[in-house]
Design a binder for this molecule. Structure first.
Ligand code: SF4
Ligand code: SF4
Length: 369
């Protein structure tokens, strides 16, 4: 795993401060959705289902900064829609990075190469590129051929220019342990992104394709098999060890939906970015007026199959920080990730097949579809 050390330390300090202030509910990551409009129409996406007048709406830079300052989350994931369609996205990123928040700009990659000049590399900033599988699988998932190649080319160019690059991949029921291994091996060893984020697909209400989503038991089996043989340790996954245990079914816990609140053109969304049971005008109001105990598996039938990062990673992080054993385990993973990152960054300029590149001769042109 490879969450940067600076980020691990800052988030650890933030968690300790929350405990010292006696707060039991706080934001870990702000899910910021400054627009719903997108330049793709993926099968499982519920964000683009809104009517045109909503799709035309934008959050301003000031609204984005105010949301970040109000909820205090140390990490901010800018999603959408496609954030690069927003005309002031560079100003939003700049303002949040200036406040030393760790910003992940989620993108499908189509506009990335064209817009790279708008951004400056920073340890506080990372592009998070949506890649759901190798070429055929990804292009099918986003309903457009050529998208995988564009996203991969953009990731390479961003890395070449010194940006941090992570990927986010959602797995559906048509995925197998083998297809999970193939895409994560490709992202980790061939594309050599800094970190990778993964999520089991969850059939939230607005998503039009309700067929291809994972159920809990199937999710456990799939990830247990995919992670076997030391791959979980080898991959630079942007998750806490406990969340990965959770995916494998080694631990179970409740959802902590208030840990990754969602702020969009409608306001603060209740209870999480997957479900919309109304909106309020402040994070405080969200915390104080939401019936949190009504949500989660075993409480709300709509949550029955959810194992999504937005609900369960905050629980895993809180459990990690409350346990010395888990904190040491997470620290060991961070150190291993740093060593892995240093090791591959030293190899970037080596040609495919050169000793130590992790690729066999000829693998640089591997057939990845
Ligand atoms: S790229 Fe993201 S926002 Fe756009 S349609 Fe696909 S899932 Fe939805
Ligand atoms: S389990 Fe939590 S994160 Fe998942 S849909 Fe329900 S409230 Fe949202």
């Amino acid at each position: 795993m490879a969450i940067p050390l600076r980020q691990t330390l800052k988030v650890g300090r933030y968690l300790m401060e929350q405990r010292m202030r006696g707060k039991d509910k706080y934001a870990l990551v702000l899910q910021l959705e400054p627009l719903y409009q997108c330049n793709l129409a993926c099968a499982g996406c519920g964000k683009i289902q809104h009517p045109d007048d909503i799709l035309r709406r934008r959050l301003t830079v000031e609204q984005c900064v105010a949301a970040a300052e109000e909820c205090e989350a140390p990490m901010i994931s800018i999603a959408g829609g496609e954030p690069l369609v927003h005309r002031e996205i560079d100003k939003i990123v700049e303002a949040l990075v200036a406040r030393k928040r760790f910003v992940y700009l989620c993108t499908n990659g189509l506009l990335l190469e064209k817009k790279l000049d708008l951004f400056t590399p920073s340890p506080y900033f990372c592009f998070s590129i949506h890649i759901d599988g190798l070429r055929d699988r990804h292009d099918e998932s986003v309903n457009r051929r050529g998208t995988f190649d564009k996203a991969v080319a953009a990731a390479r160019e961003a890395r070449r220019r010194g940006f941090r690059v992570t990927t986010n991949t959602t797995f559906f029921d048509m995925d197998s342990a083998q297809s999970i291994r193939e895409v994560l091996d490709f992202l980790n060893d061939d594309l050599q992104v800094d970190t990778m984020q993964i999520s089991p697909g969850y059939a939230y209400e607005k998503a039009p394709d309700q067929e291809h989503w994972l159920q809990v038991e199937k999710t456990h089996r799939l990830f247990r098999e995919a992670f076997a043989g030391g791959r979980r340790q080898h991959w630079r996954l942007n998750h806490s060890p406990l969340f990965l245990d959770f995916l494998e079914g080694k631990v179970d816990f409740q959802c902590t939906a208030w840990g990754i609140p969602c702020y969009s053109v409608f306001g603060w969304q209740r209870p999480c970015y997957l479900m919309a049971d109304g909106y309020v005008s402040s994070y405080r109001e969200l915390l104080e007026t939401t019936e949190w105990d009504s949500y989660g598996r075993g409480r709300d039938p709509r949550c029955a199959n959810c194992m999504a990062h937005c609900g369960y990673e905050p629980t895993a992080v809180a459990a990690t920080s409350a346990s010395l054993r888990e904190s040491l385990r997470a620290a060991a993973d961070t150190v291993r990730g740093q060593i892995s990152n240093v090791s591959w960054r030293g190899r970037i300029s080596a040609p495919p097949g050169a000793p130590g590149t992790g690729a066999e001769p000829g693998e640089g042109t591997r057939q990845i579809a």
